[in-house]
Design a protein around this ligand. Structure first.
Ligand code: F6P
Length: 539
């Protein structure tokens, strides 16, 4: 069954939400907490090692009821069913969307065109497992007989951001291999990485679903040429592996067919870290940790598929986000991880969220007259407190934020962990309550300064408190956001799994690249003509 295509603004729940918004948009959360001693318990979901408190939002039980009705009215349950059953819900590209199959146990069944894809997924997982152990144990060696010390992941977008974020997040679990990521077509990026490498002991993983991406192929060629300054062509088979759907192009590049890890068109690039795209994760932290990441994601998949919407974490987070995006007209959301390990988490989510839901045409092909994809941004706390929190606390914009924290630290330094957690808890409390004029005066502030020290509060946050950062809990966390993206796409009646918006710039860049050899270009707008001719003259 295709995804239902219902304009959310025509539903009765949308109308109720609009009327309800008009009544409660000025209500202060502080009063909601004062009126109901059970509020926090009512709006908390405890699941596995996750404690998700969404009570610090500008919602009442009535809001929640209407949001849940909205999920029903857009037929979310049916949409989830269509996704998991392998329907070609990525209609504009004619593909199924089955990243969930990549983390399913080997007795699960996921069908694409009538064929169960799980056995093939597990064959590739076995290949990842044996390759990883050979490299990590030093059984697989470079062209001079030395074991590998470094791994370079060459890819961009989904072929870079997911693996890079997970390797950073799980660095506590890392082995002796040093992992590098080359993504940007900026030659300075690849050269900065190359200068740290010894060709005799470096393994290169070229990751490109299509194997046509300019950045990745340019970087892979530059690295191959650098490598061949020290080695002969036959050494390429020992040092280069690829992850791709395009086996022919990989072979043409010179990579041995046995060194190709396949992937499939039913995995979107930005949802692909669970496939062989995650090979560099497996190499960095070992296969069993990679597998635990997948196990965690699978647990979240089961929760998402089976749990009632009122206690379904991705569904609830998605509905709350729609509430702010479409009724409060909040333009962005922040994701603040209270763990330095989550340094790249927001950057990773930017592709997932903004490439998926940055759409303005609905599933009927009509232009949309309501808001869709949110802007997403963030940095770890406590660093961000000393950077942009001023604007969240006292600026004019409403910025709903997810606060992600871990009860236990990995290195077990209690003093630091207590301080970190105090900040984690204090910030959401401050954002909720703010500080009144009376409180500022009671603190003895000079009268002329009082207005500047008042905080209005009423700033919404979700607290996602997880027991400990492990490969499994990270898998759950990532999958939680993946499903949130899907739910929002269903509600907004858009196709979340295509990305035609990235094509135009690529086409024009190719055209301009050709024109760099032509003198005096004048077939663009005058600004582009001038800039292009200026570059040619000055470079
Ligand atoms: O920029 C668009 C995009 O297609 C992403 O969706 C994708 O993750 C990235 O480029 C890389 O593509 P590939 O893996 O085919 O090189």
């Amino acid at each position: 069954m295709p995804l239902p295509n219902i304009n959310p603004t025509t539903t009765s729940s949308w109308e109720k939400l609009q009327e309800h918004y008009n009544k409660i948009n000025n209500v202060h959360m502080k009063d909601l907490f004062a009126q109901d001693g059970e509020r926090a318990n009512k709006f908390t979901i405890k699941w596995d090692d996750f404690y998700v408190d969404f009570s610090k939002n500008r919602i009442t039980e009535e809001t929640f009821k209407y949001l849940l009705e909205l999920a029903d009215e857009v037929r979310l349950k049916e949409a989830i069913q269509s996704q998991f059953s392998g329907e070609k819900i990525n209609k504009t590209e004619g593909r199924s969307v089955l990243h969930t199959a990549l983390r399913a146990p080997n007795d699960a069944e996921f069908y694409v065109d009538g064929v169960n894809i799980v056995p093939e997924v597990h064959q590739v997982k076995q290949k990842i497992q044996s390759f990883t152990s050979e490299v990590v144990n030093g059984d697989r060696k470079g062209f001079t007989g030395k074991p590998f010390t470094d791994v370079v992941n060459i890819g961009i977008g989904g072929s870079d951001l997911g693996p890079a974020m997970v390797v950073e997040s799980l660095q506590y679990y890392k082995n002796h291999l040093t992992t590098h990521f080359v993504s940007n077509v900026d030659g300075d990026h690849v050269n900065e990485v190359i200068k740290k490498l010894n060709p005799e002991t470096t393994l290169f993983v070229v990751v490109s679903k299509t194997f046509t991406t300019q950045e990745t192929l340019s970087n892979a060629n530059t690295i191959k040429n650098w490598f061949l300054q020290s080695a002969t062509e036959d050494a390429i088979a020992k040092h280069f592996v690829a992850v791709s759907t395009n086996i022919e192009s990989v072979k043409r590049f010179g990579i041995d067919e046995n060194n190709v890890f396949p992937m499939w068109d039913w995995v979107g690039g930005r949802f692909s870290l669970w496939s062989a795209v995650g090979l560099s994760i497996s190499l960095a932290v070992g296969y069993s940790n990679f597998d635990s990441l997948l196990v965690g994601a699978n647990k979240m998949d089961e929760h998402f598929k089976n749990e009632d919407f009122k206690s379904n974490i991705p569904v609830v987070l998605a509905l709350i986000s729609v509430w702010y995006n479409n009724f409060f007209k909040a333009e962005s959301e922040a994701v603040i991880g209270y763990s330095q390990y989550l340094n790249q988490f927001a950057t990773y989510l930017q592709q997932g969220i903004m490439e998926s839901n940055g759409k303005s045409v609905d599933r009927n092909g009509n232009p949309i007259d309501y808001e869709t994809g949110t802007l997403i941004w963030g940095e770890p706390g406590t660093n961000s407190q000393h950077a942009f929190f001023q604007l969240i606390h006292q600026g004019t914009k409403l910025i709903p934020a997810d606060f992600i924290g871990f009860v236990k630290s990995l290195h077990g330094n209690k003093d630091h962990q207590d301080k970190l957690t105090s900040n984690f808890l204090a910030q959401t409390e401050a954002l909720l309550n703010g500080k009144t004029k009376e409180e500022v005066i009671a603190e003895g502030a000079d009268e002329s300064i009082v207005p500047f020290k008042v905080f209005k509060g009423n700033k919404p946050t979700n607290t996602i408190f997880i027991n400990k950062l492990t490969p499994e809990s990270l898998g759950k966390l990532i999958a939680m956001y993946e499903h949130k993206i899907f739910v929002q796409g269903v509600i907004w009646n858009i196709f979340s799994y295509d990305q035609f918006g990235v094509e135009l710039g690529k086409q024009l860049a190719n055209k301009i690249l050709q024109e760099l050899n032509i003198s005096n270009v004048n077939n663009h707008d005058s600004s582009t003509n001038n800039l292009l001719n200026y570059y040619k003259k000055s470079v």
